[in-house]
Design a protein around this ligand. Structure first.
Ligand code: NCD
Length: 321
């Protein structure tokens, strides 16, 4: 009888984690295992990965305390494509407005019989805290400016899919590095897989100690653009900034925005990524966002397979001793 998917192992790696909290703590082989598993979910030839039954009988809850479009919808669809039942919780309209705490909210939802909680919160470390208080598995869907591991994974998956490999590539992360959880997950994941990472933005948007992570720092996009195989354009996270960290949006856009003229300095096969949402005309002009170098919608599509892989690998693991 043909098994629906191989066991939760790939090559030499057997998956043992119950939570996915960040890419910082993952071994490179664990990252490769997730990417390889995601590849198995993209082979349907159809519009989206075919439906499976690997999570039948499981319940996955989206616990979102911050806005989301792509991450939330793709986690929900990923769970349903695997046969799980899903619950969608958002803090707005919930008893959080009556003063119920984050932990109490999560524990009450867990009491319904949850197997996996996908958590987004503005406080760095919130999913880590939940993983200590809940018995179910926890997936970090973005915690403040800390990490967004599945976005990092889907970015890296897209790079590997388009370029054929990650090792040896030069990847520029451009924009608001200081407030971007996507930047941090990209940095950890890309460095573990052997890429060269250059972060680029105004000095007020680059954390002073970022070089300690193993990246290079640049403040002039035009200088690094010709070196890059991939550029990941990060949104200005206005909601996480306390005061104006650069003179004007127009100036930011002139110095760090991706527009057609600037793109002429890049390698012709530059792969352009952006996690979304994009501010058209600020980080990217519409013709670049929708142009031939851009893989923005490919990233969204890949996000489904990557999240299916993550849910599949995490669900049904034996409880920690
Ligand atoms: C990112 C996020 O929420 O951190 N978006 C996403 O998940 N696709 C990036 C952003 O909001 O700029």
């Amino acid at each position: 009888m043909k098994v629906d998917l191989p066991a939760r192992e790939s090559g030499k790696m057997i998956w043992t984690r119950r939570h996915l909290l960040g890419l910082e703590e993952l071994h490179p082989q664990e990252i490769v295992t997730i990417l390889d598993m995601a590849e198995e979910f993209t082979d349907s030839g159809g519009n989206r990965p075919r439906k499976r039954t690997n999570l039948r009988g499981k319940v996955v809850v989206n616990l979102f305390f911050e806005p989301s479009t792509r991450t939330r919808t793709s986690f929900g669809l990923a769970a349903r494509q695997l046969g799980a039942d899903t619950i969608d919780f958002s803090s707005s309209g919930s008893s959080v407005s009556k003063g119920e705490t984050f932990i109490d909210t999560a524990k009450n939802i867990e009491a319904l019989g949850i197997d996996l909680a996908v958590v987004r919160h503005s406080v760095p470390g919130a999913p880590h805290l939940l993983s200590q208080h809940l018995n179910c598995g926890v997936v970090n869907a973005g915690d403040g400016a800390h990490e967004h591991p599945t976005q990092g994974l889907l970015d890296i998956f897209t790079i590997r899919q388009v370029k054929g490999h990650v090792e040896g590539l030069t990847v520029g992360l451009v924009g608001d590095i200081a407030h971007s959880r996507v930047a941090r997950s990209n940095i950890h994941g890309l460095l573990k897989l052997g890429a060269r990472v250059i972060v680029c933005g105004p000095s007020t948007l680059i954390p002073p100690t970022v070089e300690r992570l193993g990246v290079e720092v640049a403040h002039r996009l035009d200088d690094i653009l010709p070196l890059c195989d991939v550029v990941n354009v990060l949104r200005i996270q206005f909601e996480r900034q306390r005061s104006g960290l650069f003179p004007s949006i127009q100036e930011y856009s002139r110095l760090f925005g991706m527009h057609s003229e600037r793109l002429r300095r890049a390698k012709p096969d530059l792969l352009l990524l952006a996690p979304g949402p994009i501010n058209r005309g600020v980080e990217l002009t519409p013709e670049v966002a929708d142009g031939p170098n851009s893989a923005i919608l490919k990233q969204v599509k890949n996000g489904l397979a990557v999240r299916m892989a993550v849910l599949y690998l995490l669900a049904g693991q034996p409880p920690e001793a």
